[in-house]
Design a binder for this molecule. Structure first.
Ligand code: PLP
Length: 415
């Protein structure tokens, strides 16, 4: 027997180790479509509870929008359930090309190539473009999928301190003799909710003859005046060489991702990017759904405007309640608790109050920076946010952390 008791024991011991660190991930079952209110079984098998959802990436509230669902049905009826093929054999339908064109238009780039996910886009893009003579210089807080994509590429890897433009410039100077330089950043950083200094990054890129790579997964659809993303917000539309983003967050929330940017870069991906060449094409249902999403967000900025209002209300409300949040302007609003156990207890009590949000701690965030990450949605109505504020205030009072300084909270609960 190949899977012997010894082998089983190795994995059992490793799983026990993970349990001991307290970061064993337990899934909760959502028994409803994704929305501002959901039915949750937590833990799975327990009684269902209706709660306000404060932790989805459903920024625009489009994950269950009737027009998107209708479009997805149309995709199913006219183009079938699946393609059973990668893109370049017989997996490219007319609608895939249309979606690529619409994404190009929306993101303000030259061309776009779809991937099964943004994780796949990030896994494929660097290896397709770069080789040993080149260097990738990444912000130290970029998304895990970018880190993995960089690992798959033979170009030299380097990093700069988070959003530290002085440090980035030093690295650009250091690597000025390489064939190609790429500055790599997220647009909106998912744990802190801060934006990359993209205008400064573009300036440095021009000065040092470097390309810019932007993963705008937490921005596409709602950051910037018309929701095109971080490049619109910083007025550098058309100046980003490589944008990757996901259809799995604000843009419908199903799945799928893309590389969008300079046309030669996109063509290189069509020739060489392995997840594009060797993984199945995006399903027609999702393609039609995404087309409707782009239609909706191009027609009106109503949803991103509502999201912006909700975000302002929420940031102001938490601050006035006496909680410590990470300053910023995005709908990712971390409530800082610093202590890991406190973040878990706090989240549990919120759940009792009918609010669903997740506590994050090391190693997901640095030690001593445990927090509850809240995320706003255009699907939230004022009554949701008012109820959620009441719950945060009530639980904050229980733990006596309202109007306390960071040091006071750390003194009381430890790091
Ligand atoms: C969510 C996310 C991804 C992964 O997107 P998928 O389409 O779900 O694979 C990649 N990069 C960033 C920055 C993300 O936030």
């Amino acid at each position: 027997m190949s899977y012997s008791e010894d082998v089983r024991n190795i994995f059992t011991a490793e799983l026990d180790n993970i349990r001991e660190t307290g970061i064993f991930k337990e899934e909760r079952a959502i028994c409803a479509p994704q929305d501002s209110e959901i039915e949750v079984e937590f833990p799975i098998g327990s009684e269902q509870k209706r709660v306000i959802n404060m932790c989805a990436n459903n920024y625009l509230g489009l994950s269950s929008h009737p027009d998107v669902i209708k479009a997805a049905h149309k995709g199913l009826d006219h183009r079938g359930y699946g393609m059973s093929s990668v893109r370049f054999i017989c997996g490219t339908q007319d609608i895939h090309k249309t979606l690529e064109e619409k994404l190009t238009e929306f993101l303000g780039t030259e061309d776009t190539i779809l991937f099964p996910s943004c994780m796949d886009a990030n896994a494929g893009v660097f290896e397709a473009l770069l080789s040993e003579e080149d260097v990738m210089i990444a912000d130290r807080l970029v998304h895990a999928s970018i880190v993995d994509g960089m690992r798959l590429c033979s170009a030299q890897r380097d990093t700069y301190k988070h959003s530290d433009m002085g440090h980035l410039e030093k690295k650009l100077e250091l690597h000025k003799d390489k064939r190609l330089r790429v500055i790599i950043t997220d647009g909106s950083f998912s744990m802190d909710g801060d934006l990359a200094k993209l205008d400064k990054i573009v300036e440095l890129a021009e000065k040092y003859n470097s390309m810019v790579f932007l993963d705008d997964s937490h921005a596409s659809g709602f950051i910037g005046k018309t929701g095109r993303g971080t490049h619109e917000h910083f007025n550098v539309l058309g100046k980003i060489d490589i944008i990757t983003t996901t259809l799995g967050k604000a843009l419908g929330g199903a799945s799928g991702g893309c590389v969008s940017g300079r046309k030669e870069i996109v063509e290189m991906c069509r020739q060489k990017a392995r997840p594009y060449l060797f993984s199945n094409t995006v399903a027609p249902v999702i393609v039609e759904g995404a087309l409707e999403v782009l239609n909706l967000v191009s027609k009106t900025t109503e949803r991103r405007d509502k999201l912006e209002k909700n975000t302002e209300f929420w940031r102001k409300g938490l601050t006035e309640a006496g909680l410590i949040i990470k300053e910023g302007e995005t709908p990712i609003v971390p409530v800082m608790l610093f202590n890991a156990k406190l973040s878990q207890d706090f989240a549990k009590d919120l759940y009792t109050e009918g609010i669903y949000a997740i506590g994050f701690f090391f190693p997901v965030v640095p030690k001593g920076q445990a927090r509850i990450r809240t995320q706003l949605s255009a699907a939230h109505e004022m009554h949701h946010l008012e109820k959620a504020l009441d719950a945060f205030t009530k639980v904050g009072k229980k733990y006596d952390i309202l109007n306390r300084t960071k040091q006071e909270i750390i003194d009381k609960y430890g790091m």
